[in-house]
Write a protein that binds this ligand. Structure first.
Ligand code: COA
Length: 145
């Protein structure tokens, strides 16, 4: 049985997170590290499996509204329930901080993420054409807690 740990991200995790971003977004490892170094670590949560970080969430907060910037699970570790555990941990953290709503943008072609969020009661609220770049459209997805 795998040992699961959910906690805040710290500097020791940045290499693991950069690897996942490199894998997912096509950044070089160094570009991913630079991207992460601009982020506020106190707004990042991770899931570790047998002591290895396999998924991360990075969010921002405005009053009691929380926005998900990135949510990634390592490709090899997908569909094992880790994303679900991390999302629930994040939602608990949001509630503990008095948050009432979570929202995010998702690419309209990202069926996996759309199905994932819909399973946990996130709703598509709007569509923004050309949000990412020309011909790359986004849905706005949200959930009231
Ligand atoms: C979206 C993502 C975080 C899901 O993480 P995960 O650990 O694979 O998700 P889980 O295993 O917890 O899946 C929970 C449920 O979501 C749904 N789901 C997840 N992946 C799915 C897929 N490929 N197809 C259909 N449904 C899917 C299923 O209902 C699943 O439950 P089930 O396995 O019992 O059927 C992961 O696929 C990922 O990192 N994707 C790339 C980055 C991304 O798109 N992030 C989201 C935009 S911010």
């Amino acid at each position: 049985m795998a040992n699961i740990e959910l906690s805040k991200v710290n500097e020791m995790d940045i290499d693991a997170y950069a690897n996942i971003i490199h894998e997912e977004m096509g950044y070089t490892h160094e570009e991913a590290r630079l991207y992460l170094n601009e982020k506020n670590f106190s707004n990042m949560l991770k899931i570790k499996v047998d002591d290895k970080p396999v998924g991360f969430i990075n969010y921002t907060q405005e009053d009691n509204i929380f926005y998900i910037n990135d949510f990634d699970v390592e490709v090899k570790q997908r569909r094992k329930g880790y994303g679900c555990q991390l999302l629930k941990y994040f939602e608990l953290e949001v509630k503990n901080q008095g948050g009432v709503k979570v929202w995010l943008h998702v690419n309209v072609n990202n069926e996996t993420a759309i199905k994932f969020y819909q399973k946990y009661d996130y709703k598509i609220m709007n569509r923004i054409d050309n949000y990412y770049a020309e011909n790359f459209h986004a849905f706005i997805i949200e959930k009231s807690l």
